[in-house]
Design a protein around this ligand. Sequence first.
Ligand code: CA
Length: 232
Amino acid sequence: MIPHILVVEDEDALSTLLQYNLEKEGYEVVVAADGEEALTLVSEKLPDLVILDWMLPKVSGIEVCRRLRQRSESRNVPIIMLTARGEESDRIRGLDTGADDYVVKPFAMSELSARIRAVLRRLRPGLAEDRVRCGDLVIDRVAHRVKRSGKEIHLGPTEFRLLDYLMQHPGRVFSREQLLDAVWGSDVYVEARTVDVHIGRLRKALNRDDTETDPIRTVRSAGYSLDLDARD
Ligand code: CA
């Protein structure tokens, strides 16, 4: 899965440079030139990480950060703030507002890249690696293989994407609509109960052996989560 990064920066030259370099590194990049546009883009498609300039027209970077943290769907999106102000008080204010890291302008692209990788590794471990382990489950995104306790599990393409997404956020509960958007895409019309069908298939594939604990938890009237610590 390609990490999707939203760059919010009003200086054209810098946003073009960031987009060019981040795309070269394999990220999918969307650019917003002001805070208002950034908030609209986030509600259209939740990014995996936001690079957010402090000084922006219309809605400031700090305000964008605050609003993203207030909305339940974007509460956990990693945010790296960019700013020309390197003063300690501003740094602390930025982190207080909920930014995960902070890069002072001017910066080297290699520094920003390293921070992005570090933040993704820390907050979204499932995105940064080709092979992700979660309890006794291992997913290999390059080879498109899944193993549970060392035994190969055969999954259809939709079940694979569903498991991949759940493994990126272990313990977090997703509604059927959120899973539809993330796995099928928000522009595809699919009924919510389709999710139940595919979760059912995924469960069946993962739980061939009665001795194992079902890693998928159904949360009544809320949705599903991957919960490898769950004991029933
Ligand atoms: Ca600016």
